[in-house]
Design a protein around this ligand. Structure first.
Ligand code: H2B
Length: 102
C-alpha cells in the first residue's frame, strides 16, 4: 500500500532531489522540475524512455512538452501527495537525463 512520505523520510528522500533542481509545488504536496534538451527529438526520446518505466511501475507523471523542454510534476494521486514512488520516478528521470551540450 502506498503511503504519504513521513516528515522524517522527506528529509532524506527529498533533499537530494532538491539538490538536483526539483522543487516543491506551491499549491500541492508535489514536486516539479523543467528539463531542457538540445531539441525536440532529445526531449521526446527521453519522454519515451521515462514512459516505459512509468508504465512498468504503474506510476505516471503529469507532464507537458514544448519543443526542447519538458515540465514535470510528480504526485501520487492515490494519496493526494508525495510517496516513495514519486522519489523513485524523479531519480529515474534524472538518471535518464543527459544535459544539453552548450
Ligand atoms: C489503478 C492504477 O494503479 C492507479 O490509478 C495508478 C496509476 N498511476 C498513477 N500515477 C500517479 N502519479 N499516481 C497514482 O496514484 C497512480 N495510480
Amino acid at each position: 500500500m502506498t503511503e504519504r512520505l513521513s516528515t522524517e523520510t522527506r528529509k532524506t528522500v527529498l533533499q537530494p532531489l532538491f539538490n538536483s533542481g526539483w522543487e516543491m509545488d506551491k499549491n500541492r504536496d508535489a514536486i516539479h522540475k523543467t528539463f531542457k534538451f538540445a531539441d525536440f527529438a532529445d526531449a521526446f526520446g527521453w519522454m519515451t524512455r521515462v514512459a516505459i518505466w512509468a508504465e512498468k511501475w504503474d506510476h505516471h507523471p503529469e507532464w507537458s512538452n514544448v519543443y526542447n523542454k519538458v515540465t514535470v510534476t510528480l504526485i501520487t494521486h492515490d494519496v493526494d501527495g508525495l510517496s516513495t514512488l514519486d522519489a523513485k520516478l524523479a531519480r529515474k528521470m534524472d538518471g535518464l537525463f543527459q544535459p544539453k551540450k552548450d
